[in-house]
Design a protein around this ligand. Structure first.
Ligand code: FAD
Length: 415
């Protein structure tokens, strides 16, 4: 394995030229920046020697459903999606998408591809010595641990509550997760704010490609064959379908995934208040639960799904901030950052995305999903244990002393 760090548009042409590469493969990354990079490489490769001999292959191995089947399901010709991107519309709600997928599977219109077995693994690469890199030397990463600040596990204990990088750790964790009855409890506990065991923790490995959604579903089916299927084990599939929904959503909507007015051109009533944003990122708002969640994120790079919903709702509703700043901050912090899931979920919570209820002016969700912070705390942290874990015991006092604004409308300091 050769690892190079740098702009792919600089490194890849050099690599192709130096080794007379004839086949270039990559996974289909749905978000617009990654799409543009791939397109640029394909459009500009005629400056390389023997451009006509290069073949470009984009594989849909990050998703559960393949391109062909998703085209049939959505009636969108995914391969021709560049033809008129501004007019493309994806299935308007997750519920509808889920029903379509489940019906299609039941009627055997398509099946979810099994992950490839060992026998399909690639042959060993040709031996390349670092001396051959010449023009690539500055991008070559020999010491990956230092360069990427990754930790690799050499400990065989599968119960560690830490995200270790790499496929081996991912597969070890997958095996461990389905080795007992946890999947039968998943639905009851997945909303907990803390606790390693309460959700699958597959997200970081899924996001960086160490684990595929197809591997997760194959392991889940295997578990269900051995231990029966339950409503709870099914819910893991349900959640993976959310990931799938946002994956294709990002591919169809491209730039609209990052737009303030979202996919429908509905501009939310919000602005940007730097002080409020700083309070939120630092976990220093008047809301202890939000502060605890943000502290966990800042210290570990992870936050539960419920926590993400709560802090996003707070940023949009209580702090009335532009949702894109929250999404961009998550992008810098999350260990499982994934463009489609992150920006898709933020749009949903800000009321500019895939939530049909937010488009009905009479709906209580007309302004997105507003979580009542007091009720959330009563329901998900009734004894204040989660808050105490991340903020210590005087968290409520500190929070009550925090102000949303430190300057008034005329720009004068409030305190
Ligand atoms: C504002 C916000 C931002 C988010 N940003 C990201 C992100 O950058 N990367 C990311 O992977 N997930 C993101 N999520 C989704 C979800 O919070 C995480 O996938 C989940 O918390 C990861 O923990 P887990 O693997 O234990 O999840 P589990 O509850 O065990 O779920 C199993 C898998 O299902 C998928 N999944 C679960 N919930 C969702 C969801 N709401 N949307 C999409 N996929 C889901 C994930 O792949 C997850 O690993 C975000 C959610 C919100 C509300």
């Amino acid at each position: 394995l050769l690892i190079f760090a740098g702009d792919p548009l600089t490194v890849l042409p050099k690599l192709i030229e130096q080794y007379n590469v004839e086949h270039v493969f990559r996974s289909l990354h749905p978000a617009c920046e990654e799409q543009q990079q791939w397109q640029w490489l394909r459009d500009n490769h005629d400056q390389l020697p023997n451009p006509q001999s290069i073949q470009w292959h984009e594989l849909d191995n990050l998703s559960l459903i393949n391109q062909h089947d998703i085209s049939k399901l959505t009636h969108i010709d995914i391969e021709q999606r560049h033809a008129n991107p501004a007019l493309q519309e994806f299935i308007p709600s997750f519920s509808k998408f889920r029903r379509l997928v489940e019906t299609a599977i039941k009627k055997q219109h398509f099946i979810i591809d099994n992950p490839l077995t060992e026998q399909y693994t690639l042959p060993k690469p040709v031996a390349l010595s670092p001396n051959n890199y010449s023009s690539l030397a500055e991008h070559c990463v020999n010491d990956i641990d230092t360069a990427l600040e990754l930790q690799f596990s050499d400990n065989d204990s599968a119960t560690e509550e830490v995200f270790y990088g790499g496929e081996k750790s991912a597969l070890k964790h997958l095996k461990h997760y389905f080795s007992d009855q946890r999947a039968h409890q998943y639905k009851n506990v997945r909303n907990a704010l803390g606790g390693w065991e309460n959700s699958t923790k597959f997200s970081a490995w899924l996001a960086n490609g160490s684990l595929s959604a197809r591997q997760v579903i194959a392991a889940l089916h295997n578990f269900e064959q051995q231990h029966e299927r339950s409503d709870s084990s099914y819910w893991i599939f349900f959640e993976i379908l959310w990931r799938e929904y946002f994956y294709w959503y990002a591919l169809i909507y491209q730039h609209r995934l990052f737009r303030f007015s979202g996919i429908d051109n509905r501009r939310p009533l919000s602005s940007f208040y730097p002080d409020r944003f700083k309070c939120w990122t630092n976990g220093n708002t008047p809301y202890p639960l939000v502060n605890a969640c943000m502290t966990q994120l800042n210290q570990t790079g992870y936050m539960s799904n419920r926590g993400r919903q709560i802090v996003a709702s707070c940023l949009v509703n209580e702090l009335q901030l532009d949702w894109r700043y929250g999404a961009a901050y998550f992008e810098t912090q999350l260990i499982d950052y994934d463009p489609s899931s992150n920006w898709g979920n933020w749009q949903y919570l800000a009321g500019v995305g895939a939530d049909p209820r937010s488009k009905d002016p009479k709906s209580i969700h007309a302004d997105g999903r507003h979580f009542d912070l007091t009720k959330q705390q009563q329901r998900f942290d009734p004894k204040g244990e989660y808050i105490k874990q991340w903020l210590g015991s005087d968290a409520s006092v500190q929070a009550s002393e925090s102000l949303i604004d430190t300057i008034d409308a005329n720009g004068w300091p409030i305190q």
